[in-house]
Design a protein around this ligand. Sequence first.
Ligand code: NAD
Length: 349
Amino acid sequence: MGIPVTLIPGDGIGPSITDATVRVLEASGASIDWDVQLAGLAALMQLHDPMPEATLESIRRTRVALKGPLETPIGEGYRSVNVALRKTFDLYANVRPAHVVVRGGRFDKVDIVLVRENTEGLYIGIEHFIKVGDDPKAVAESTAVITRAGSERVIRYAFEYARLHDRRKVTLVHKANILKFSQGLFLEVGRQIATEYEPQGIVFEDKIVDAMAMNLVLRPEQYDVIVTTNLFGDILSDEISGLVGGLGLAPGANIGAHAAIFEAVHGTAPDLAGKGVANPGALIFAACMMLDHLRDGARANRIRVALETTIREGTHVTRDLGGTASTDEFTDAVIAELGSPALGLAAAR
Ligand code: NAD
């Protein structure tokens, strides 16, 4: 019996990159019982519901999901299923690792994991207009809510991540100099938790978000694990992806106390759907994060090395990485690399 995992192929290029990812995991010898479920446009078309109860029930049971991108209609239509999944399962930490795969650019030493608070802050949707005179929208107010409990769980997750992955520093990013209550609370909680991890050799520092945005483009190699509130995390995670070559190879994890969902950061790429040329790399990296989560880190590292070697060699990569290969050819090359005898040595290094 393998480990039960919910698999949501998703929309657009989703089914083809999930198929590629499942093939790579199988070739690695991972023992997983996939429970394939629908969500997004595919679910709307087949089951008349973008977030079917069967899918939710499956994630409740397996507590782990690998998800292809889901289409969200702009303006009208159903609301984002990604956001709904985050809310339903209270996935409070969004984890986005970024490191350079193909060296030779401006930032060869970037290796950062950003942990973003995913459920509070300015994104909770408490907003309204205030009418003044004839103007019904004379004033707009948005409320940011930061709680001690919400801060504690995400900051603790960041420290635990650092501990489990042999990382040495956690940088808490905030704006407590101006937002003394909400951001001040987040910082206060961070300082408290940091004292527990100091004896374990994990250094803590805090940075004001504007200075951090600049430092990231000047000296990104100084940072290791970053933890921050929702809005700042949203912005900085894309900035960090930009430092290492964009969103093409970026994986993400949404972690809660009772479930975790792993995905590529990119969307459904409608321009590539059905053409067999999408790059499965980001979803394969996301699957490696899932294996880490399932405490199968050695296998995750073997797959990462195979994928990165294939990308660096550059002869079997998809168009977005400068090659001519199809999704299948790229995937076959990663699988061939997984079987390569040199890999054991490289993964062990
Ligand atoms: P997108 O990420 O789908 O595409 C942006 C560009 O990147 C396109 O040129 C696309 O061809 C390219 N691209 C993306 N993934 C690629 C891959 N794996 N290989 C090669 N090229 C790739 O962003 P978009 O066009 O803004 O969004 C399209 C749809 O995806 C929308 O419905 C949006 O809501 C949805 N979306 C879903 C998620 C998610 O489910 N996590 C995330 C972002 C966007």
